[in-house]
Design a protein around this ligand. Structure first.
Ligand code: GCO
Length: 444
């Protein structure tokens, strides 16, 4: 057969996120998030786009449901916008905002696709940001309140939840180096934002479980870290980067303790009981994986950063160039490293995996063979990890459809489905049909 076959049955999914697909930023009382501020600030988004209309899923969600069902997905991963539900990040629910997600959930269930929402995919309400955002411990409590509003309305039909998406990217890109909203440049002073997001995950998990949720977990971005050279200086760089990108976010959830941060001269603002909450066993551990990261010892005498990120030697690249090397074996390595590093780990989910390549803005049909080969390689990498002992129970393609790629605007396309960003017209690509065959083949 020409499609990859897994050694055992897993669930198949595809993902999107609210701000990246919904458009309709002012509809039905939606409040403003740090991403609204970001897209309205000159020079923050490469093509000056504002995420509107984009795929316009706020109006076209029935098409998304039909596309998800057409693939034969077991589950669809979408995110809920905090500011549609609770426009100012405090107080009661905006029922018009919740109505939207309620319709989407009903549509998915009618189509036989299990809804698997993410409660937070980066769209922090502006007032919560102004009160300190993720630098403030109180934001975790705000998030738990918002979670209660959502589960109160959807919890009769939604049983599986991702709490927070990629806290590592929010800490590193959002607060440490300012490449994504809210655009703070705090370097190591950004570390408390990791703890507060993990605390938010812990508090929200408790809220969800007591409302009858069956499976709750966080979706973390992880990378497989490699040293450029086999020497002590580069190994130290590897260690440092592995802690900052992977272990700060995985260790407390999976072991109930942070890695030693003394080398960075930092300590997390942990209070009594925090680590019990954060380390309460999740029902799954979800990994967003895109590429490995190669590091070397830092150059420059008083460089505050203990590593330099360099291109991965010999790797082909995606539409992002050298920043995004294509190395499917790195996914096998990552899943096996986790299995070994965290004995007793809950089942693993690959909650995002995919790639963008240059594609036309308008298209009757996109023959995206490069995406097919990327996904084929990574699904085979998952198969090898399962053979090697990793307990992977679900795989998710990022993304169901082309969408707003954050600071890269509409210049990067990750979809199985092409979207004309002027008309929101959707056209399945070759990879859509291929993924449908992968799912079908693995069900037999
Ligand atoms: C995330 C990711 C997605 C991106 C995708 C491609 O936060 O889960 O950043 O939203 O669009 O990873 O970059």
């Amino acid at each position: 057969p020409d499609v990859p076959e897994l050694p055992r049955r897993i669930r198949w999914s595809a993902a999107t996120a609210a701000f990246q697909i919904e458009g309709a930023r002012a509809a039905d009382g939606r409040g403003r998030s740090v991403w609204d501020q970001w897209v309205e600030t000159p020079d923050k988004v490469i093509d000056g786009s504002t995420a509107e209309p984009g795929p316009d899923s706020y109006h076209r969600w029935p098409e998304d449901v039909a596309l998800a069902a057409g693939l034969g997905l077991d589950r669809y991963r979408f995110s809920i916008s905090w500011t549609r539900v609770q426009p100012d990040g405090t107080g009661g629910a905006n029922s018009a905002g919740l109505d939207y997600y309620s319709r989407l959930v009903d549509g998915l269930l009618e189509a036989g696709v299990t809804p698997f929402p993410t409660l937070y995919h980066w769209d922090l309400p502006v007032p919560v940001h102004e009160a300190g955002g993720w630098c403030s411990r109180d934001t975790a409590a705000r998030f738990a309140d918002y979670t209660a509003l959502v589960v109160d309305r959807l919890g009769d039909r939604v049983k599986n939840w991702y709490t927070i998406n990629e806290p590592a990217m929010t800490t590193l890109q959002g607060y440490a180096v300012g490449a994504l909203a809210p655009g703070e440049f705090l370097l190591f002073d950004a570390l408390p934002t990791a703890h507060h997001q993990l605390l938010a995950h812990g508090l929200a998990s408790t809220v969800l479980r007591s409302a009858g949720a069956e499976a709750v977990g966080v979706a973390n971005n992880h990378t497989h870290v490699r040293a450029l050279r086999d020497d002590d200086a580069d190994r130290a760089a590897l260690e440092a980067y592995d802690i900052l990108h992977n272990r700060i976010f995985a260790d407390p959830i999976l072991t109930g303790a942070y890695p030693d941060l003394a080398a960075f001269g930092y300590e997390m603002p942990v209070r009594d009981g925090d680590l019990e909450l954060i380390g309460a066993r999740p029902d799954f551990y979800a990994v967003n994986f895109y590429n490995p990261t190669t590091v070397t010892a830092p150059t420059g005498a008083d460089n505050p950063i203990p590593f330099d990120i360099v291109p991965t030697p010999g790797a082909p690249v995606t539409g992002f160039g050298e920043e995004w090397p294509i190395v499917p074996e790195a996914l096998t390595g990552l899943l096996l490293d986790f299995t070994e590093r965290y004995p007793g780990l809950p089942p693993l989910i690959v909650s995002e995996n995919g790639a963008s390549f240059p594609e036309p803005a308008r298209a009757g049909f996109v023959d995206d063979t490069d995406r097919i080969s990327f996904l084929d390689g990574h699904i085979r990498a998952v198969a090898r990890a399962i053979d090697g002992g990793a307990d992977v129970e679900e795989y998710t393609v990022w993304s169901l459809l082309d969408n707003f790629e954050w600071a890269d605007g509409f210049t990067q396309r990750f979809g199985l489905v092409h979207v004309d960003f002027d008309t929101a017209e959707r056209t399945p690509k070759a990879s859509y049909d291929w993924y449908r065959r992968v799912i079908d083949g693995n069900r037999r």
